[in-house]
Structures are given as C-alpha cells and as structure tokens.
Design a protein around this ligand. Structure first.
Ligand code: BGP
Length: 502
C-alpha cells in the first residue's frame, strides 16, 4: 500500500486531519515537533483493568472466605474444562511484577477490584486484617510507581456466607454492601479517590441468577430475579452514600457505576437511523441485556415504562421511598464496551435490527463482532441521556494465542481492534462527549469466568504453568498510544474505509 499524504489519510470514516483539529481545540493536547496535536486530552485517564477473582488466586490463603465463584467452579460442567480461580494468575503473590508491567505500559490509572470475602470472610462482621494487608501492599506499590488506583468495590465474587442468607434476594443485602463499602472507605479512602460500586449488574444478577450460567448458577423465577436486581441497585446507592459519608476527602472522591453497556449503532448517519439506534439502546425487553433497567433507577430515580410493561405481573413490590433512595448522585458512568448491534428505522417506523452478515469479523469470543463505531455511539448516547461524563472502564478483544517460535506473542488482531476502536473514541471526544478515560481489558490474560482460561484478553500473555508473563505486541502498541496521546493512531497508513471491513 502506498503512503498517502497526511491530510488525505482516512481512518475508517475518521480523517487524520479532522482528529488533529479536535486535538488542536484543546489547550491541553500538546502538539509534537511536526505540529500534530494528540487526539486525546493530556489529562485523559489511560488505564488497564483487572478483577480480583480473575487474577488473584490464593483462594485458601490468609483467612479469605469463600465466594460464590469458588463454589460454582467446583460444580461439574459449570466452567470450561473444570477451570477454577484457585490459582489464576497468582497475582496475590506476584502483584509487584504486575504493577511493574503497568509502570512499563505507562498507564496513569489501574482499575482493580477488592475481593469482598478476602476482607470480610463472612461478608459482614469480623474483618480479616491479613486480607486488607494485601490491598495495602498493592496500594503501596501503585503509589511507589505513580499509578492512580481505581477501585471496583464489587466485581462478582460475592461472599458465599451471604448467599446462604439469601444473597441479593434478601432486602438486607443492600445494608451488607454498605457495611463492606464503609470498611473500604475507612481503610483506603485516603489513598483511593476513584471508585466504582459494582461491575455489570446485568451479569452478576442476570447471568448469575436468571440464566444460571455464572455463579451462583441460579435460574430464579422472573419476578425473583427482578427483586434481586432491585436490591443490587439499592445496594449500589447505599454504597455511594457510605463513600460520601466516610471518604477522607469527599471533594476529591469520584464515584461511578459500571454497566455491561449494550450498544446500538445506527446503520447510517441518516437522522431516522440515529434515532432508531437511540431508541433501541434504551429500550427494555424481558431479559437482562439492556441498559435502561439498570441505569434509569439509579440515575433518574425511576424504572423505564417499557420495562415495567414487559415485567407485567412480575414487577416487584417495593417501598415507595426506594426509588428516591436509589438515585444518588454519582460523578461518572463506567461503560464496558465490547461491540454493538446495528439498527435502522424499520418500515413501521420502529427500530429494526440489521442482521450481522455471514462471515462478518468477530473475535475469539463468539459474541464479539468487531464494531468500532460502538466507541462513538455508546458514549454519545449515554451522555445525551444521563448528562454525566463517561469512562470506558473496559474494552478489549479475546483471541486464541500461543508463544511463537521467536519467543514472542504476536497479536495483530488486538492491535488492529484497539486502533479502530480508539479512533472512534477520539471522534466522540472531538464531537464534545466528555470521555474521561479508557481501560484496556485486560492487563493480563486471566480467568474469564465460565470460559475459564480459554479466552485470552490480556495485553500480557500468561503461561499458567510457569506463571511467566510475556508482554504481547499489543502491549507495545498501547504503550505508544499512551505515550503519544493517541498520535500514533494517526500516522499509520491505512486503506480507505470502503476497502476495509468492517
Ligand atoms: C466483562 C467483565 C470482565 C471480563 C470481560 C470479558 O463482562 O466485566 O470481568 O470478563 O467481560 O468478557 P468475557 O469474560 O465474558 O468473555
């Protein structure tokens, strides 16, 4: 392919010059020697994410209690090939090496989660100091390396002891979560300023309590599932209140709520297709894969009308004050974005889903279509509706990988994916959407829930037998993105979008 002059280069619908102008509009985006401004602002929170059960291991060490995932993994057929998180990436013992990788990568922020039963073995009551000590050591290491901690309070490893008391079906579960949050705020809020209460309620409630494919593996009746969802959202709100009440520096404390964002993108830029996608992204049917059911109560203080209609007689009965309590001001929305579905305006005026054509590119995870435009439309639609800044709290690609004969791990698909997706995110920023950060999922390969170790999402390859870490090619690519504020995304020569799928 012959190089094109910079001004004529097109990046999948985004021209280099238009993104450069976006950068020029911000005083914070410094120009390089050739005068090319960065497409991402200087203060942008470049990061990488992980979660406790997926990387820590040390399941039986230092007084940690059991989580529902410990129990679920032991059920025959629950997890691919019987894999468990007992050892995972052994991060509990190798955290220094992992923080060193973050340092080399150059991230400003590290999103990790605390294992609830590691610090409160029974979920409430007696505190496990040894468990807290692990997170102190981790925070020390991050501080030494100048990396800002972003703590997710709950990323799915629910204490088994609380599950035995009814778990999310028990109305008290919201207070249990507040007690746990208070402990973290009291011990760590002098050092942690950025928090997410929960990660992806669609998954830990929907996949875990309706579909039964994630821990604890329940297939509740629809009404009971909605009750569990209601209590989880009450728990989120009580957690926000606890953080606001106990944070050492309330003004500097930033609180978020992280969704498994289900993105709808328009089939074209025609206004009717854009409105069809907007309507689809916030519509609620009778299943967990939607946004508004999980976001409207906590951000707008009400359940969406179409969701109430779809729930019908299964709509849970709750105290009239619940909805007011559920709506606690937060500072930003965390969006975990992996792919989008496409919508156009149908013949009847309603949104119509455009089917994915046969052979359309997808990752090693069957559900993941390569759809870069989700990084433009997702942040835009969420910001338009909820009027909050957004952060991309997870984004990444699953691939099947091996160590090559040259001893390296080559992952060109992940590089191309990240390149395409970040160009679209830059376009959203250029169009005025306040996007505060981007967290690659994941820093290292890890235990991918029901898929076990089959899926690899890391920027760093993990050889689980030796626990050796090998940074992949995408690690170097992302490192350069961070170092240049995304400028390296602009100087790569690529074919015009019409010639390159998707
Ligand atoms: C998100 C989770 C992450 C991670 C990621 C990868 O839903 O928050 O913990 O697992 O998905 O996807 P998956 O493991 O479903 O393939």
């Amino acid at each position: 392919m012959s190089p094109l002059p910079v001004s004529r280069r097109k990046f999948l619908g985004v021209s280099a010059s238009s993104l450069a102008m976006a950068g020029a509009a911000r005083a914070s985006a410094k120009a390089d020697k050739k005068g090319v401004p960065a497409p991402f602002p200087k203060e942008f929170a470049w990061g990488a994410a992980t979660a406790s059960y997926q990387i820590e291991g040390a399941a039986g060490e230092d007084g940690r209690g059991q989580s529902v995932w410990d129990v679920f993994c032991k059920k025959k057929g629950a997890v691919f090939d019987g894999h468990t998180g007992d050892v995972a990436c052994d991060h509990y013992h190798r955290y220094k090496e992992d923080v060193a990788l973050l340092k080399t990568l150059g991230v400003r922020s590290y999103r990790f989660s605390v294992s609830w039963p590691r610090v409160l073995p029974a979920g409430i009551g007696a505190v496990n100091e040894k468990g807290l000590d692990f997170y102190k050591r981790l925070l020390d290491e991050l501080e030494k390396n100048g990396i800002e901690p972003f703590c997710t309070i709950f990323h799915w490893d629910y204490p088994q002891e609380l599950y035995k008391k009814g778990g999310w079906l028990n109305r008290d579960s919201a207070d249990w979560f507040a007690e746990y949050t208070t402990l973290l705020a009291d011990r760590f809020s002098d050092r942690i300023k950025v928090w997410a209460t929960q990660n992806e309620p669609q998954c830990f409630i929907g996949l875990g309590h309706l579909d039964g494919v994630h821990a604890p593996g329940d297939k509740l009746k629809f009404g009971d599932y909605l009750t569990a969802a209601h209590n989880a959202m009450r728990a989120h709100a009580k957690s926000v209140q606890a953080l606001r009440a106990r944070a050492k520096d309330p003004k500097a404390t930033k609180i978020s709520y992280v969704l498994a964002a289900q993105i709808a993108k328009p089939a074209s830029d025609k206004p009717e297709d854009v409105e069809a996608a907007r309507s689809a992204i916030f519509s609620v049917a009778r299943h967990e894969w939607n946004n508004a059911w999980w976001a409207d109560p906590v951000l707008l203080g009400k359940y969406p009308e179409d969701g109430i209609a779809a729930a019908g007689k299964d709509m849970p009965k709750f105290k009239p004050t619940d909805l007011d309590e559920m709506k606690q001001p937060i500072d930003f929305i965390g969006l975990n974005i992996y792919k989008a579905d496409t919508y156009k305006r149908g013949g009847d005026g309603k949104p119509e889903q455009v089917p994915v054509p046969p052979g359309y590119p997808r990752s090693g995870a069957d559900w993941q279509w390569i759809t870069p435009a989700c990084m433009y439309w997702g942040p835009k639609f969420f910001h338009d509706r909820y009027k909050l800044p957004v952060s991309i709290t997870e984004n990444g690609l699953a691939t099947r990988e091996q160590v090559f004969l040259d001893g390296k791990v080559h992952d060109p698909q992940r590089i191309d994916f990240t390149h395409r997706y970040l160009l679209e995110l830059a376009r959203a920023i250029k169009d005025g959407v306040p996007v505060t950060g981007y967290y690659a999922w994941s820093l290292i390969d890890n235990f991918e829930w029901a898929d076990g170790y089959k899926q690899r999402f890391g920027l760093v390859y993990v050889d689980y037998q030796s626990q050796r870490r090998i940074p992949k090619d995408s690690f170097d690519f992302y490192k350069k993105v961070i170092a240049t504020g995304g400028r390296n995304l602009l100087d790569k020569t690529v074919l015009p979008p019409t010639q390159v799928t998707p």
